[in-house]
Structures are given as structure tokens and as C-alpha cells.
Design a protein. Sequence first.
Length: 102
Amino acid sequence: MNYSAVKAVPLSDAVIPVERGGIRRKLAQVRMQLACAEDLFNCATDEAVLDSSIYQLKSLQVYYSFLMRQLRQEELGIPALDPPGMTVPCPERLGEVVETMG
């Protein structure tokens, strides 16, 4: 995993201005969390903390990529799609879903 790429993300709002409650604000928060997670990784001496920080870094990187895709779609005017597994079943098919689950 390339951890030096995390620092390449600019932390200033000059590149991505922060909007109230929008995707850009979430991106800024995730960039800050990435910086903190990288610091934890660099300072970790315990194997459990090291493993945890690696998972945290990977998770934040994936979430950052997701938010960037959402931002691109928003800027292009493409409606956001529900991620797989997050869709709400149609009321007429709700009985089928419950029956298959148990």
C-alpha cells in the first residue's frame, strides 16, 4: 500500500472549497482523518495498533474515492445511484425478501 500518496492530498480548501454540509466538506474531513491515520501508522509500535491503522487508512482511502466519484457525478449532473446492497426493496416485493431471508 502506498502511504505516501495520502500526504499528496492537499489539505487546503484552495483546491476544493468547503460547502456547508456537502460532499466537499466530507472530503475535507476525510483528508484530515487520513492525515491523522497516517500519523498513527507512522508512530505505531504495537502490532495490533499497526494492523488497526492499516485498516483505517484503507477504509478512509476507499471512502475518499467514493466521495470523489460522488462529487464528479454531482458536477456533471448525473444523479447519484444507491450503492449495491443499500437499495430499499419495492413494497410489493417486500414479502419475497422476508421469505428468502428466513
